[in-house]
Ligand binder design. Structure first.
Ligand code: G3H
Ligand code: 13P
Ligand code: ZN
Length: 332
């Protein structure tokens, strides 16, 4: 058993309270490798933004959970080396799908876990979430739960349609589970293809797809039921057109990729939405930079020559999100 406190990490409790009061949101960036982690920490340290490092089940399988744990511990030291005196870094399990997985992360030094039982019937979601909360809270680890279903792929759970969170359920759910934050469904979804072309309109000037707006009325109704309660948005990548174009220009094929417009995320960040999850945009930044180098220099075979530019591109992206979208800079 390792406590997250020994690793220099923090849980989300104080961070979320400050974010709601301050009208900004904390970035939750997924990481799977060293370059992503370096870029996240550098961007957070240089902007003095609190940050949530997210590890999915897939990331654990890809990178090994022991290694990821020590990488997070190293991240705290790296942040200090970069001049961030009191780093506010959370190590969070993204989309935990069982009690055993959540327990293993709590025991292993994570400071926050998500139990995603949103695909289960309501009462089963409550029972499983409650079980995780009871265990995690013994060690001061905070718990994110989910109510409502996002369209697209939620790790291995696939949902074709989005089922918005029902505002009439949130008080009962939050009270009976004791969860610390709630992920809701208001029209975001995972991946780089968040909407089908038939759900969008086309910008007559650019010919690009314009997605339907998020259901802010549902968010407002939830906030009315649970004033000041921390709300989480998954599936919040914007799928920047410049990366899609760069990928397509250098041998990739991403037709009609579409994300959440940043102005909508800016609006959400000012509300009780205090955690915004971004993974796909970082994948796009990485892939765009790698493709460009390999396309322009076909003789290159030193991974540092393409992973280095990919790391710089991700750092630019993270800083942009922190400063221009979430507004969390200067708060840690
Ligand atoms: O919500 C899903 C995250 O983007 C993690 O994706 O399961 O492919 O690591 P992954
Ligand atoms: P994106 O696929 O929009 O980046 O969402 C990531 C996410 O929600 C991780 O849990
Ligand atoms: Zn997610």
């Amino acid at each position: 058993m390792v406590s997250f406190k020994e690793l220099g990490l923090v849980n989300t409790r104080e961070m979320f309270a400050k974010a709601i009061n301050g009208g900004y949101a904390i970035p939750a960036f997924n990481f799977n490798n060293m370059e992503q982690l370096q870029a996240i920490i550098k961007a957070s340290a240089e902007t003095k933004s609190p940050v949530i490092l997210q590890v999915s089940k897939g990331a654990r399988n890809y990178a090994n959970q022991t290694l990821l744990r020590y990488m997070a511990e190293g991240a705290v030291e790296y942040a200090k080396e970069l001049g961030w005196e009191n780093p506010q870094i959370v190590l969070h399990l993204d989309h935990g799908d069982s009690f055993e997985l959540c327990k293993s992360c709590v025991d292993f030094g994570f400071s926050s876990v998500m139990i995603d039982a949103s695909s289960l019937p309501y009462e089963e979601n409550i029972a499983l979430t409650r079980k995780v909360v009871e265990y995690a809270h013994q060690f001061d680890v905070t718990v994110e739960a989910e109510l409502g279903v996002l369209a697209g792929v939620e790790d291995e759970v696939q949902s074709e349609v989005s089922h918005y969170t029902k505002p009439e359920e949130v008080i009962d759910f939050a009270t009976r589970t004791g969860c610390d934050s709630l992920a809701i469904s208001i029209g975001t979804s995972h991946g780089a293809y968040k909407f089908k072309p038939e759900q969008c309109t086309r910008d007559p000037k650019t010919g690009k797809l314009v997605p339907p707006p998020l259901a802010f009325d549902v968010l407002d109704a939830i906030m009315e039921k649970l004033p000041g309660f921390p709300i989480v948005l998954h599936g919040s990548s914007s799928v920047p057109q410049e990366y899609v174009d760069m990928i397509n220009e250098h041998g990739g094929k991403l037709p009609d990729a579409v994300g959440i417009p940043e102005e909508q995320l800016r609006k959400a960040a000012k509300s009780a939405v205090c955690k915004i999850n971004i993974d796909s945009d970082s994948r796009l930044a990485f892939t765009a930079a790698v493709r460009k180098v390999l396309d322009e220099k076909p003789g290159e075979f030193d991974p540092r020559k393409f992973c280095g530019p990919a790391r710089e591109e991700m750092e630019r992206l993270y800083k942009h999100k922190i400063i221009e979208v979430l507004g969390s800079d200067g708060t840690a």
